[in-house]
Design a protein. Structure first.
Length: 459
């Protein structure tokens, strides 16, 4: 009996899974393996919301495998050691896994390949599993250009590239009896989880995706910035954990057609865009992609400003609503992310790294490529071609939450303030303001703008 191992990482699904498809085609038995990597915990990336969501995903993956005659093998420790141990126990001739883009993933692949070769086992790394188009598959013309630094030309080339075949979920998965498994983790074992955290797992991902295609996709272009309408897909956690295939998402979107589907596919491309930037420039996870020589504020005042931003007590209701949604759900509306990030980096002129770290501490979809590079895009140190734009939270709130429903949902102190007046509570009579128990603005917008322009040498 020939045996292959499938090492699951950020691809916790059975539908459209190229490594699993290849392993089943090449071996009589397959070991579906997930290693609870001590290296991830050491990096501080193992945040409670993602750990709880991961527990859901692993339990659902195990259920799906058992329905097909198999099971998930879970090990704990160092990935290379645990994979090699499984290979020794089963005599596996090959290990299949999805390609990653971070320097952490690349180092893992290199160490694993070297260790497996010494055991006479082959490592097969599959592209276009975590992304639609593999990083580096499309590059600008010209010598030495290894990635696109501007989104629009990348989107054009990405759209021309097409997608690989979408694989069905296997009907049967035969797993050797020998390999022991650690207990599956459970969400209720994790402390510090946001109370409104969504459910994880492939079954839930496919339910959401089916409902989204039916009820939300066609209107996406018109409604995706509607804060109160909550009209985005909410699929980002499932794309991050791989309980939903981005290739399948794009293929089904293109099949549906229409402006809404086109706009949605473009957003999936934005995700691929940042993956190809990080793959080409691994240091951009911590360093400015394009430095502006910022002299970010430090000291007690900056720390206090950052603290009220994290708590959702800045005095700007739409920013506070977004930050409180993050605390409660471990997720935030995309427009809210833009406004919260712009306010911290431009209006408060605080280092984007502080905001990115806070987001990674809470976001269930917290992803190094998308989180770090989106933060840099907003801060003006990334790929944005307009690095000095400043989003006015009041103007943006009136545009994207015109009646104030989003603010009233998340900032209950202002629940009795009717209509768009909720966006400028400092204009209310003093007696009404005092009854609301809502803070004054942490900074005046003109003051914040002037400080930012001076720091960037724009005056």
């Amino acid at each position: 009996m020939t045996v292959a191992v499938v090492l699951f990482t950020s691809d916790l699904r059975l539908h459209d899974h190229p490594p699993l498809h290849a392993a089943l085609a090449s071996a009589d038995e397959v070991v579906p393996l997930f290693v609870r990597d001590e290296g991830v915990e050491a990096t501080g990336f193992d945040a409670p919301n993602r750990r709880a969501f991961l527990a859901d995903c692993l339990r659902d993956l195990d259920t799906g495998l058992r329905e097909r005659g198999g099971r998930l093998v879970v090990r704990e420790g160092a990935v290379v050691e645990e994979v090699c141990r499984i290979v020794t126990e089963t005599g596996a001739g090959s290990v299949h896994m999805a390609a990653g883009v971070s320097s952490f993933a690349h180092r893992r692949e290199e160490r694993l390949r070297e260790a497996l070769e010494s055991q006479g086992c082959r490592l097969r790394v599959h592209d276009a599993v975590i992304t639609v188009v593999a990083p580096g598959a499309v590059v600008p013309s010209g010598p030495g250009r290894d990635h696109f630094a501007v989104f629009t030309p990348y989107y054009r080339r990405w759209s021309e590239e097409g997608t690989r075949q979408v694989f069905r979920a296997p009907r049967a998965v035969r797993v050797p009896e020998g390999p022991a498994s650690a207990a599956l983790p459970a969400r209720n074992e994790v402390s510090g989880v946001s109370p409104g955290l969504a459910e994880g797992g492939e079954e839930e991902a496919r339910r959401l995706f089916t409902a989204w295609r039916r009820d939300g996709l066609a209107a996406y272009e018109d409604r995706h910035d509607d804060l109160a309408g909550d009209a985005t897909s909410r699929l980002s956690p499932h794309l991050h954990f791989g309980t939903l295939s981005p290739t399948e998402v794009v293929s089904r979107g293109r099949e549906a057609g229409g402006p809404g589907a086109e706009a949605f596919v473009r957003q999936v491309c934005w995700r691929d865009f940042h993956h190809q930037v990080l793959a080409a420039r691994p240091a951009s996870s911590r360093s400015d992609y394009r430095t502006r020589h910022d002299r970010w504020r430090t000291g007690k005042a900056a720390e206090e400003d950052t603290a009220v931003w994290k708590e959702g007590r800045t005095g700007y209701p739409v920013v506070d609503a977004a930050m409180r949604q993050l605390l409660h759900e471990g997720w935030m509306h995309n427009r809210g992310r833009l406004l919260a990030a712009s306010f911290l980096t431009k209006s408060l002129y605080v280092n984007w790294r502080s905001g990115a770290r806070h987001f990674l501490d809470l976001l269930v979809d917290g992803d190094v490529a998308n989180n770090q590079l989106n933060w840099q895009w907003v801060a003006g140190t990334g790929t944005d071609t307009r690095p000095n734009r400043v989003l006015n939270p009041v103007t943006q709130a009136k545009r994207y939450d015109p009646d104030g429903a989003y603010v009233r949902r998340w900032v209950p102190e202002l629940a009795d303030v009717a209509g768009p007046a909720v966006h400028e509570p400092w204009k209310m009579p003093r007696s009404q303001r005092s009854r609301c128990d809502y803070p004054e603005p942490v900074v005046g917008l003109p003051e914040g703008l002037a400080r930012f322009k001076e720091a960037r040498g724009l005056d």
